[in-house]
Design a protein around this ligand. Structure first.
Ligand SMILES: Cc1ncc(COP(=O)(O)O)c(C=O)c1O
Length: 405
């Protein structure tokens, strides 16, 4: 059988397309299109590939899955069952992590918005670290921690200095002075980690190097000012696993390791927070052609559920004609009623395209649901596939909504 989109769990044999070990026709009997399928085996493989690559360079590294990439309970459950910790940004995500049994000591919580009820839940549950993007949050955290008589570990997210990013703290003289004052007066917080997350879908080793350089520069400033940091958090930003082979991951790990070694900060623990790499290529959509014109076709899926914001490496295949050459240019449009709903321009596709043809869209496991909007179309059913077993994990008719509360 031949792999599709470089994914060993998407295969074709003659005119048949298989999702893991299941022929697509069996799946299509269970649901209308569009539908989403998530591949459990691929998620587990991705975690192992990633960990093997980084474990070869670091012996003091911890992994935290960035829940926002795909916060479906089953997906978070699969990832955390592999012994990966959780990186969450909100109260609903924190509740989910606790509900599925992630030990609090394996949970990092943080983001640009830390409301009081989120901080309280973190402290009540003694989560590992609160990540702050704004120094003013420290006082708020200290007051709540004091109420619980608990010393809360803190991670400082520094500004990665990428373009004009507003995320994270710029450790200039003013902010360092402010941080020192806060540390001297707030007895219920302990700043012990520094984080920089550079970008998403980073394909070049240089971007990962730039990120660790920013971390090292800031780490030096902190230590020169008497602030002792034990952990370096590298953030996420890796593309889908089919896009980045393990050899490249190893090279990135080696380069990061070398920069840390040159800086003499080798005793620090390393944290890393991949999202997309674990789940991106483990998700596919199956959609259908609903209209065909000269050089274009409209699919019954659009930017409301397959959004550009998700920055997925989208690939399209006509699975009704899977054995035909995909070398004729076609623009694929979505169903949001605006001319702006273009899923792909001049994409290599089959020569003939018929209404009703089923279209596979790959690499949609990360951020599609997260960035989806409430445009008034039905949500897709979502299936989890493992070997020859298939389970509907979201029924659009009875479950209504993918939000977590
Ligand atoms: C701080 C932080 N960590 C991790 C991630 C996960 O990123 P990715 O899914 O690109 O690996 C993000 C994404 O925005 C982030 O902001």
């Amino acid at each position: 059988m031949k792999k599709i989109a470089g994914n060993p769990y998407l295969k074709k044999e003659n005119d048949n397309f298989f999702v893991d070990l299941i022929p697509i026709n069996i799946i299509l009997k269970k649901s209308r299109t569009p539908l989403m399928i998530l591949l459990e085996n691929r998620i587990r493989d991705n975690i192992n590939t990633f960990r093997t690559a980084f474990n070869t360079r670091f012996n003091n590294i911890k992994y935290f899955y960035s829940f926002k990439a795909n916060y479906l309970t089953e997906i978070c459950n699969i990832i955390c069952s592999e012994g990966v910790g959780a990186e969450v940004i909100s109260l609903p995500e924190l509740k989910l992590a606790l509900k599925i049994g992630v030990p609090p000591n394996e949970i990092l919580v943080g983001g640009p918005y830390l409301p009081k009820n989120l901080i309280e839940k973190c402290i009540e549950n003694k989560i590992r670290e609160l990540i702050v993007y704004n120094l003013n949050d420290l006082d708020k955290i200290n007051k709540i921690a004091e109420k619980y008589n608990h010393i809360q570990n803190i991670c400082i997210r520094v500004n990665s200095q990428k373009y004009n990013s507003k995320l994270g703290i710029i450790l200039n003289e003013k902010n360092i002075t402010k941080l020192k004052t806060i540390i001297n007066t707030c007895n219920f917080i302990k700043v012990n980690t520094i984080l920089s997350h550079f970008s998403t879908q980073m394909n070049s080793t240089e971007q990962f190097k730039n990120n660790i350089i920013v971390i090292i520069q800031n780490l030096r400033k902190l230590e020169e000012n008497g602030i002792d940091i034990q952990n370096i958090n590298l953030g996420g930003g890796f593309p889908e696993a089919t896009i980045m082979p393990q050899e490249q991951l190893k090279k990135i790990a080696a380069d990061i390791g070398d920069i840390i070694e040159e800086s003499n900060f080798t005793s620090k623990n390393i944290f890393i927070e991949p999202g997309r790499y674990f789940v991106g290529d483990a998700g596919i959509f199956i959609s259908k052609v609903i209209n065909v014109g000269e050089g274009w076709a409209i699919l019954n899926i659009g930017n409301h559920i397959c959004p550009k914001f998700a920055r997925c490496s989208l690939r399209f295949y006509n699975i009704s004609q899977i054995n035909r050459p995909h070398k004729y240019k076609l623009s694929l449009l979505g169903i949001v009623p605006t001319d702006q709903d273009v899923l792909a321009k001049d994409y290599f596709f089959t020569q003939n395209v018929n209404e009703g043809d089923k279209v596979l869209i790959t690499n949609v496991g990360a951020y599609t649901l997260t960035f989806s909007n409430r445009f008034p179309y039905s949500l897709p059913d979502i299936f989890l596939v493992k070997d020859d077993k298939i389970r509907r994990i979201f029924d659009s008719i009875s479950d209504h909504d993918i939000s977590i509360f």
